[in-house]
Design a protein around this ligand. Structure first.
Ligand SMILES: Cc1cc2nc3c(=O)[nH]c(=O)nc-3n(C[C@H](O)[C@H](O)[C@H](O)COP(=O)(O)OP(=O)(O)OC[C@H]3O[C@@H](n4cnc5c(N)ncnc54)[C@H](O)[C@@H]3O)c2cc1C
Length: 451
């Protein structure tokens, strides 16, 4: 139910996150001004001046709220009267179990609904500074304008704002064959046993390595968009580009076999070793170190399953390299999504280091509610940890490794285990159902407490 507006929340960026944040705040009785730079200032990916434009695929991915984490996030947003989900449902296209959307009517409808709301106005123009007064949410997305990017860097430090993601594939720890792989840091480095066993190692023979390089070179790759590449190559070469530079390059780079002993076959010196490292505090997710790639998704699963120990791997996310502006949220944001150094400013959406339309809208929903509660003088705890929303926000504001922080999709690896349920592939269906049941109960309680 819409209440009368009392105070103003400024939202910079009218994309997925900004649009949802505005809707939530306006419905809580807060006056909202959306500042959107398009169509005055364009990006290389957007085509229109509409709010909530889908820049590439038209899919919101799986709509299964019992067995899929993004489907659960759909469910949570619907339960919270989310505008992005309601409009996506209205403009749904046939796509099996996925939620595909008729993109232009979708964006037009979001724009019209927001502009018709009595508590919302839209100002078109670029914001280039971080204001020190008032309540603000910055939801400027992966293509944050250059001037604003510079202002964010000035506030956070240059190394806390990235302009590209270089995502190595992330694997569910319980899908790795530990009869093949073993835990060991190179030269057993580290003070504690945990540090000495910080890496999971997958050994390769010479034949396996040669076959792997052949597959890498032959795999289908994605091209960069025009205008997307400037300056990204330093320090994050895709593995296939390393392989193109020489068949031995990877063996002297991320796959070097030195300082490691295969505990299963100590006399057998591996020709190359693929290393994985913990990607979250729970230890349920591991990233393949140095394996950022522009291979197409289908090719990635085929090629990475050639790695001994990963034959049956489940991927929480596949690798990629994209133009993507995002902050180091684990060090910069508090659990209310506020910039620690300037608490009048929140960040939301893809710029916080989540990835995807749905996740970005979800972070907008949460930031909109948190900011509005603060403006209205209420205390609102952040989303419960066991919900999809809570698992995601907890990951970006603390659970993720800050040093290697890269954008993240929602996935069950971010969830706390449910006591008494089996790990591994066999127990997966029951486990996912238990996660989603638990999440729905907790989410409804969180919402009910706000009525
Ligand atoms: C090329 C490309 C392809 C992608 N493909 C997909 C895909 O297929 N599927 C998927 O789920 N995700 C995809 N993404 C990620 C996608 O952009 C995000 O998931 C989603 O749009 C992020 O929502 P957001 O609200 O955070 O940012 P956006 O939706 O990008 O919204 C940010 C808004 O802020 C505005 N803005 C930026 N700077 C300023 C400023 N200084 N002042 C005022 N306004 C400003 C922008 O114009 C924009 O409208 C892609 C991203 C890119 C760059």
């Amino acid at each position: 139910m819409t209440q009368n507006a009392t105070q103003t929340l400024h939202i910079v960026g009218g994309g997925m996150a900004g649009s949802e944040a505005a809707w939530q705040a306006a419905n809580m009785g807060v006056n909202v001004v959306i500042h959107e730079m398009r169509p005055k200032v364009e990006t290389f990916a957007h085509r229109t001046g509409h709010l909530a434009e889908m820049v590439c695929s038209n899919s919101f991915r799986s709509d299964d709220d019992e067995q899929n984490a993004v489907g659960l996030l759909h469910w949570e947003m619907r339960a919270a009267n989310g505008l992005i989900m309601a409009t996506a449902d209205k403009h749904r296209l046939p796509a099996g179990g996925a939620l595909a959307v008729d993109r232009d009517p979708f964006a037009e409808s979001v724009t019209e609904t927001l502009m018709a709301h009595p508590n919302i106005s839209v100002e078109y123009g670029e914001i280039t500074e971080l204001p020190s007064e008032g309540h603000w949410i910055f939801a400027t997305g992966p293509l944050t304008s250059t001037a604003l990017g510079a202002a964010i860097q000035a506030e956070t430090g240059a190394d806390r704002l990235a302009f590209f993601d270089a995502i190595a594939p992330i694997v569910y720890a319980d899908s790795i064959d530990m009869d093949v792989a073993w835990l060991q840091s190179r030269y057993d480095k580290g003070e504690t046993e945990e540090e000495q066993k910080a890496y999971l190692n997958c050994p390769m023979s010479k034949d396996q390595y040669e076959a792997f390089i052949d597959a890498l070179l032959a795999a289908d790759k994605t091209e960069f968009h025009e205008g997307e590449t400037a300056g990204y190559f330093d320090g994050c070469l895709p593995i296939e580009v390393m392989a193109e530079r020489g068949r031995e390059t990877l063996r002297f780079g991320p796959m070097k076999p030195v300082g490691l002993t295969n505990v299963h076959r100590p006399d057998d010196k591996p020709y190359a070793v693929v290393q994985l490292r913990r990607d979250n505090a729970l230890g349920t997710l591991l990233n393949i170190v140095g394996f950022q790639t522009k291979m197409k998704y289908g090719a990635q699963t085929e090629v990475f399953k050639m790695i001994p120990g990963l034959e049956n791997a489940n991927f929480a996310r596949l690798g990629g390299i994209h133009r993507n502006t995002f902050i180091n949220s684990p060090t910069l944001l508090d659990d209310q999504m506020r910039l620690k150094s300037r608490p009048n400013i929140r960040f939301a959406g893809q710029v916080t280091g989540v990835e995807g339309y749905v996740e970005s809208a979800a972070m907008g929903l949460l930031a909109g509610r948190l900011a509005s509660a603060e403006i209205l003088g209420h205390v609102l705890d952040t989303a419960p940890l066991n919900t999809a929303m809570g698992a995601l926000v907890h990951h970006i504001t603390g659970g993720a490794e800050a040093k290697t922080f890269q954008p993240m999709n929602v996935n069950f690896g971010l969830f706390q285990p449910v006591d008494g349920l089996k790990g591994g592939r066999r127990g997966r269906k029951d486990r996912y159902k238990a996660y989603t049941d638990r999440a729905k109960t907790d989410w409804q309680s969180w919402l009910a407490a706000q009525d």
